[in-house]
Design a protein around this ligand. Structure first.
Ligand code: DC
Length: 218
């Protein structure tokens, strides 16, 4: 079993950027678990599935599909969907479908398989609590709602999408509410996770903080 560093937190807290850079610095494999939930949402949308569909319908599509995260890319049934999963629509449905047990069970196996034999930095909503409860180090990244909305707004603008700050904020708030409020594996801070507030701080500074914590207690 390899080492695991797990990072959770709400959307827009900076998890992806920090986790990717941390993995690079440590020479670990980076696992973006949100990308897997997004790929499943894309799969369902492409198959015309809706949130009101029953478990058996979702399962039948999942059982004939393969989703994985490999070298920073998200692969769905052999095709790289890394860009396709970044739309606001897929983001919304990934949060909606992630509340379903059949989806979480399916992706639990995918995530644990990604760890087999590798040292990894995993990030998401339940990597510190459910997926890797025995992770060597756990972090909970957070930032003010304003700052998280601003980051989401800039991300969407960069993708060339026509979005207002107001809409970016309402999306972030709605997604958080759903991710924290669901019954199975909701977003919570693990008891043994270290809180890192990323508000008004640069990436390098945050990274140095985290590396310091990891190195001080190997
Ligand atoms: O991190 P992200 O925005 O790419 O994640 C998309 C959605 O996937 C998020 O709103 C909730 C879900 N998700 C989850 O339920 N559990 C995870 N470990 C990661 C993401």
């Amino acid at each position: 079993m390899g080492k695991v560093i797990a990072i959770d937190g709400p959307s827009g807290a900076g998890k992806s950027t920090i986790a990717r850079m941390l993995a690079e610095r440590l020479g670990f494999v980076y696992l973006d678990t949100g990308a897997l939930y997004r790929a499943v949402a894309l799969l369902f949308l492409r198959n015309g599935l809706r949130p009101e569909d029953d478990d058996a319908t979702l399962t039948s599509v999942l059982e004939s599909s393969e989703v994985r995260f490999d070298k920073g890319r998200c692969i769905l049934n052999g095709t790289d969907v890394s860009e396709d999963i970044r739309t606001p629509e897929v983001g919304h449905y990934s949060s909606v479908f992630s509340a379903r047990k059949v989806v979480r069970d399916f992706l639990l196996g995918v995530q644990r398989k990604a760890q087999a034999g590798s040292d990894i930095v995993a990030e998401g909503r339940d990597t510190t609590t459910v997926v890797f409860p025995r992770a060597e180090k756990k972090f909970y990244l957070d930032a003010s709602a304003e700052e998280r909305a601003e980051r989401r707004f800039l991300q969407l603008k960069e993708m060339g999408l026509d979005v207002t700050k107001q809409k970016a904020k309402s999306d972030v708030v709605e997604r958080d509410r759903r991710d924290r409020g669901r019954e199975i594996a909701p977003l919570v801070k693990a008891k043994d996770a270290i809180i890192i507030d990323t508000s008004n701080r640069g990436v390098e500074e945050i990274l140095e903080d985290i590396l310091g914590i990891i190195r001080s207690d190997p």
